[in-house]
Design a protein around this ligand. Structure first.
Ligand code: SAH
Ligand code: SF4
Length: 382
């Protein structure tokens, strides 16, 4: 929690941890709420701007603490309103955050790790391997930065960020404690006040952690399925060899059953030409998901160099969607937006240029994210 100079970064402290910090400082606990509002509601990172805090306390805080968001390497705004930030984290790696505006809502796609150890065969983040876990401050810092770029929080109803999806870089369940703290800050009224239904964690299937998650939170859950049988999923999502589909769906069903009737699992399915896009795969999926209340998001594959995969044709995707739809599933497919900022990103060099490939993926994920948070009731009709 402390940085190289031994200062604690208050940006990453949940309310209980902030209160403990003030206790330790010999100060009143109510200070925690005051400081959190300055940080998260007003985007303040300088103690001198905290006008309801005495000068003596501000000086004390300056000696012990700081408010430090990750460094912004670039910020791009697409003509369709989509925004993308590349930020540098303490390990020196860069990660991306994407904001997707849609009528009446705005979804932020947040990263949890730099790189990823799980090596899904069609994912450029996976191809780069694992680099580092993001700290709580680095995760919530993405929300802080995005929020600040819209000009702080005036009133609840006017907030630009209404939804957050943990669908950026990394596997959130493998950075469990930090992701849970950051999601708590997203939902806390002293943080960003986002409803638990509008914070979504996406996982490729780290089964024990899905059970652990159920013990500590009730955020929405998305499962990256990508294949309707173990043989194919073992190839596409290697963690399936450890936690096959039967145990994975059992874990998801258990998680969802705790949330109550109206909440459904989001199933993500990246469509890969001639790999998982055949009618027989759709038929298998219908059978596999029979006992799982869910909605399905089909993500057309976003190619990157040497991936070895292609995006299926629009008609193949439509046919796949139709089969699922006829079986009673709520199925959505999204097309790409914000291409102009991807192109800009492609002109960057070195380490930043390297991230262009991931950007392509994020645009797809962003669509998924926006879709995920559609206002319609997400109940699959069978
Ligand atoms: N690690 C988590 C969350 C981040 S990935 C997970 O896997 O769920 C978010 C989504 O993007 C996942 O569903 C992932 O499979 C998908 N994705 C990865 N690479 C993609 C690509 N090249 N094209 C389209 N979607 C991709
Ligand atoms: Fe990691 Fe998700 Fe990419 Fe798989 S799809 S390698 S779990 S980020």
């Amino acid at each position: 929690m402390t940085n190289a100079t031994g200062k604690i970064n208050l940006l990453g402290l949940t309310q209980p941890k902030m209160e403990a910090f003030f206790d330790e400082l010999g100060e009143k606990r109510f200070r925690a709420g005051q400081i959190m509002k300055w940080i998260h509601h007003f985007g303040v990172d300088n103690f001198d701007d905290m006008t309801n805090v005495s000068k003596a306390l501000r000086e004390k805080l300056k000696l012990r603490a700081e408010i430090r968001a990750p460094e912004v390497v670039s910020e791009d705004i697409s003509k369709d309103g989509t925004r993308k930030w590349v930020v540098r984290v303490a390990s020196g790696s860069c990660v991306e955050t994407v904001y997707i505006p849609q009528s009446g809502r705005g979804t932020l796609c947040v990263s949890s790790q730099a790189g990823c150890a799980l090596d899904c065969s069609f994912c450029s983040t996976g191809k780069q391997g694992f680099n580092s876990d993001l700290t709580v401050a680095e995760i919530i810092g993405q929300v802080w930065l995005a929020n600040k770029s819209f000009g702080t929080i005036p009133a609840k109803m006017d907030r630009a960020i209404t939804n957050v999806v943990m669908m950026g870089m990394g596997e959130p369940l493998l950075n469990f404690d930090n992701v849970v703290d950051a999601m708590n800050l997203m939902m806390d009224d002293l943080g960003y006040g986002i409803s638990k239904r509008k914070v979504t964690l996406s996982t490729s299937g780290v089964v024990p952690m899905i059970y652990k998650l159920a013990e500590v939170t009730d955020v929405a859950l998305a499962l990256s399925l990508h294949a309707p049988n173990d043989e194919l999923r073992n190839q596409l999502v290697p963690i399936n060899k450890k936690y096959p589909l039967s145990v994975l769906l059992e874990a998801c069903n258990a998680y969802m059953s705790r949330l109550g009737e109206k909440r459904v699992l989001t199933v993500e399915y990246t469509m890969l030409k001639d790999v998982n896009d055949q009618p027989t795969h759709a038929e298998q999926m219908i059978e596999l998901l029979r006992k799982t209340p869910c909605k399905i998001n089909l993500i057309p594959f976003n190619p990157f160099p040497h991936s070895g995969y292609e995006r299926p044709s629009a008609s193949a995707i439509r046919q796949f969607q139709d089969i699922l739809h006829k079986a009673g599933y709520n199925v959505t497919v999204r097309t790409t937006r914000g291409e102009d900022i991807d192109a800009a990103c492609g002109q960057l060099v070195g380490q930043v240029a390297d991230r262009t490939r991931r950007s392509e993926r994020y645009i797809a994920v962003r669509q998924l994210a926006a879709d995920e948070q559609a206002d319609s009731p997400h109940v699959a009709v069978r």
